[in-house]
Design a protein around this ligand. Structure first.
Ligand SMILES: C[S@@+](CC[C@H](N)C(=O)[O-])C[C@H]1O[C@@H](n2cnc3c(N)ncnc32)[C@H](O)[C@@H]1O
Length: 202
């Protein structure tokens, strides 16, 4: 593992060491609000899962879930929560920025509050044909007190649409500061895209 990855791991391990376990209620909004788009069965990946709210919700929906993260502390807590709720899921400690994701592995991939732009082509490739990507993370119009402020970790206007232009758009929201800023999600962009299905040969 690189020195930078090691720093990341230690930083998140420390944070998760004191954290209370979460439940599926902690899943990101784009997933919670669009459960009706999920397939009835199949494989799902919660990428950079942290304490795994998305993974728990996907497992509750009957999907076969893998949750991966660089932090063993977060994954340990998630594994205990899943066991106590009788939800089967697999946890994997991975440096996803180095290790790759494999090709056409998942019917659903969910990413929340994590951004590493060079990984986007690998995320696309890891979706099976017809697979769905749920992505939600911080965007530049957010209040400075919410989330990270480094441009490396914050989306530019409409950027998820560009990063995942290869997917068929199923849902997009980026409210910015319009109207009543006390209502709605002002900090994050929400995206759902679908990988093209293979054309049937005749
Ligand atoms: C802001 S947290 C988001 C966690 C979760 N997705 C959520 O929405 O609550 C970012 C997560 O990315 C993970 N992470 C950072 N760099 C990583 C890497 N190179 N490989 C795997 N996970 C990484 C961290 O351990 C952390 O759990």
């Amino acid at each position: 593992m690189s020195a930078a990855a090691n720093d990341q791991q230690q930083r998140w391990d420390k944070k998760y060491a004191d954290a209370k376990p979460v439940t599926s209620a902690a899943a990101c909004e784009v997933l919670r609000s669009n459960l009706h788009l999920l397939p009835a069965k199949g494989t799902a990946l919660d990428l950079a899962c942290g304490l795994g709210g998305n993974a728990l919700l996907l497992a509750e929906q009957g999907l076969t879930v893998t949750a991966c993260d660089i932090s063993p502390a977060g994954l340990r807590t998630l594994a205990q929560t899943a066991k106590s709720h009788n939800l089967p899921l697999t946890t994997r400690q991975r440096d996803i920025e180095q290790d790759g994701l494999g090709e056409e592995q998942f019917d659903v991939i969910c990413v929340s509050r994590y951004l590493h732009r060079p990984l986007c082509p690998a995320i696309l490739a890891a979706l099976k044909p017809g697979g769905l990507l749920f992505y939600q993370t911080f965007c530049e119009e957010k209040p400075a007190t919410v989330g990270p402020n480094s441009p490396d970790f914050v989306l530019r206007t409409n950027e998820l649409l560009t990063l995942f232009a290869g997917l068929r758009l199923r849902y997009y929201q980026e409210c910015g500061p319009l109207g009543n800023p006390a209502a709605g999600n002002r900090s994050e962009a929400l995206f759902i895209g679908q990988r093209q299905t293979r054309k049937k040969r005749v």
